[in-house]
Design a protein. Sequence first.
Length: 196
Amino acid sequence: MHAQLDSLRGRGVGMLETPGELLAGRPACNAGILVVEDDPGDALLVREALEGLGVARHLVHVFTDGDEALDFARGAGKSVDTQRVQLILLDLNLAGNGRHGLEILQALKTDAELLTIPVVVLSSSRHPADIAGSYALHANAYVVKPVDLDGWSATIASVHGMFLRYAELAPDAETFHQADHPVLGAHAAHAQPRGA
């Protein structure tokens, strides 16, 4: 198989890439990553997988309480001490730590300053209600937690690659004003409240 790929590359076929080349993407940015996870073991696995990808330890912020995570996300990037959060990994079952993950997701996606930050639900649940509820509240992805170490590394590498290397992220609320956009601003000006 590799000989076939090398042969095609030698003929100028640049679309075929090895898995390592696919994961390389554009250089990783110094993006803040917020992990909302109440299981210390899972939080450690996420942190180690991100560090294995070259993400600096000070850019990964782990919270066991969803409300504390929301407070941090709202303040991150507003001082020289913290980077703006660019990705949120959210566990749904935050047992005994305040609100349920779906409530935190709803708060994130209804906050004008936070709603454009990608939120990936990282849960052990495969229950259709959890999956449907997450997407109904505008989760950007729903990923079932892996069961082994290699699975954790591969899963976190995929999520990191998708959202922090390949996807173009929305600018923050201070940089982009919807009213200034030629299409979105006009749409907002003509939008009618529901039921009007």
